[in-house]
Design a protein. Structure first.
Length: 85
């Protein structure tokens, strides 16, 4: 597995505010029925609530990847998977 993860669990999200809305899913869910959008942006094991809505998602992903690289111990191997849209 991976030591860290920064991204989405869902396949359809808003690139600017990282939410899932009624238009992003085929099936209407309970959050939509209550008028709520779901934030689907995760940082390893917790929601990345301080990051959602702060920047375009590609910028958030790039920032996170650069942070992982700069904080990495060069004596240890590093595998980083960063997939651009």
């Amino acid at each position: 597995g991976y030591d860290t993860f920064f991204g989405y669990y869902h396949h359809a999200n808003d690139y600017w505010d990282q939410t899932l809305s009624a238009g992003s899913t085929v099936k209407i869910d309970s959050c939509y029925e209550r008028g709520q959008n779901i934030v689907d942006l995760w940082d390893t094991t917790k929601g990345a609530s301080t990051k959602n809505g702060t920047a375009y998602e590609e910028d958030l992903f790039t920032e996170n990847s650069l942070k992982v690289i700069s904080n990495h111990n060069v004596d240890d191997p590093l595998f980083l998977f960063h997939s651009f849209h």
